[in-house]
Design a protein around this ligand. Structure first.
Ligand SMILES: *Cc1c(COP(=O)(O)O)cnc(C)c1O
Length: 392
């Protein structure tokens, strides 16, 4: 059974590998504290669960859902957008529901990429941008995210031939894995660039609501002209602790949303309506649960940063996402450091190389670990003598 080239070239999904490494350590009897996958440890707010339970009992929701998403869900998205960003969306033409935003991110390349085409992809970045590109037969041109440039891509550094052949540009702020944020000025520059080279911008805003110290992340669609050149991906996963539910949406350019909807109607049959109704309850409900989750992450951020800084690191406070992105000590590759820490302290840090070549030299910590486990992990690192020393 000869596999197709497109899947032969597929790297194993990073976190599937991570799970295996942790499982091996556990089998050896180690009590591993994982700072690996970013999956909220806090439960979905109960009023959202209640709505699911109620709607699950309604036989009308047991049938195939409507393809583009329930009108009630798309309206709730448009209202939330207006309230949150002051951006008007037409729920009929500018919003499509997704089976989690990962699904839409993986499928958008099928809408625009012919074999040989190029997508502009951030490196380090969420792996699905380049995987979706690969599955569509395209090639990713990696845009390095450099710490000195605030982890924003340098658009001027992209060769003109690449710009001309590029179909999509993926960007993601607040950013996974670097925790960087972007300004509206940066988004405006992206709009200008996309207009000039006829590129569809795909902004992944999965962490728009996970922010700290009063910072509010802007939407890409707040920038004039953005809705003509691109779409924004959103997810209920991180905002409402709903990673297991699989609900998100894309919104923006009606042309792009229509194209994505057309691919999707031919591949999937939408999201269970009871889940979409629960999504309506989430989006129209109070913001206090999200605010409290952010307080929890902010407290953990402070714990982790002060813990690591006491071991020689110099990590600055982050404004968003539940990640800390920090350099590995001199003398280690990211994988060697991750293995070393797992071995010496039974603590798992995700090696930066998993997010791309330019992730080398870094590791990522996810703050979706209970407070007492974070404390324990920091004590273990200290006891194991793990430090960041410039001269080694
Ligand atoms: C978690 C995450 C997503 C995917 O979220 P789902 O809606 O659960 O599919 C998308 N992008 C980034 C950067 C993420 O970290």
């Amino acid at each position: 059974m000869e596999e197709a080239e497109r899947i032969k070239n597929l790297p194993p999904y990073l976190f599937a590998e991570v799970d295996k490494a942790i499982a091996r350590a556990k089998q050896e009897g180690k009590d591993v504290i994982s700072f690996g996958i970013g999956d909220p440890d806090l439960p979905t707010p109960s009023y959202i669960v209640d709505r699911l339970v109620e709607e699950a009992r309604n036989p009308e929701n047991h049938r195939y859902p409507s393809y583009e998403g329930l009108p009630a869900f798309r309206r709730a998205v448009a209202e939330w957008y207006k309230r949150r960003f002051g951006v008007e969306l037409d729920p009929d033409t500018e919003v499509v529901s997704l089976i989690g935003s990962k699904e839409g991110i993986a499928h958008i390349s099928l809408c625009y990429v012919n074999p040989g085409d190029i997508n502009l992809v951030p490196d380090p970045g969420y792996p699905v941008y380049s995987i979706g590109t690969l599955l569509a037969g395209g090639t990713s041109y990696m845009m390095p995210l450099d710490e000195k440039a605030g982890f924003l891509p340098d658009l001027d550094a992209i060769p003109v031939e690449v710009r001309r052949r590029a179909k999509l540009m993926f960007i993601n702020y607040p950013n996974n894995p670097t925790a960087a944020v972007a300004t509206k000025e940066f988004f405006a520059r992206v709009v200008e660039f996309a207009r000039e080279y006829d590129i569809v911008v795909c902004h992944d805003a999965a962490y728009s609501e996970v922010t700290f110290d009063g910072y509010k992340a802007p939407s890409f669609l707040e920038v004039p002209g953005a809705k003509e050149v691109g779409i924004e991906f959103h997810s209920l996963s991180k905002t409402y602790n709903m990673t297991g539910w699989r609900l998100g949406w894309a919104c923006g350019s009606a042309r792009v949303i229509e194209a994505l909807g057309r691919v999707k109607t031919n591949i999937d049959s939408g999201v269970f309506q009871a889940i979409q109704y629960a999504g309506v309850t989430a989006l129209t409900g109070p913001d206090e649960h999200t605010a409290r989750a952010c307080e929890t992450y902010q407290k953990r951020r402070d714990m982790v940063i002060s813990g690591f800084n006491s071991l020689g690191w110099d990590i600055k406070p982050t404004k968003g996402t539940f990640y800390i992105w920090a350099p590995v000590p001199p003398g280690f590759t990211s994988i060697a450091f991750s293995n070393y820490v797992l071995e010496k302290a039974a603590v798992f840090l995700t090696p930066g190389i998993g997010y791309g070549q330019h992730g080398e030299g870094y590791f990522r910590i996810s703050l979706t670990t209970p407070d007492h486990r974070i404390q324990e992990a920091l004590e273990r690192l200290k006891k194991a003598g793990i430090r960041f020393d410039r001269a080694r």
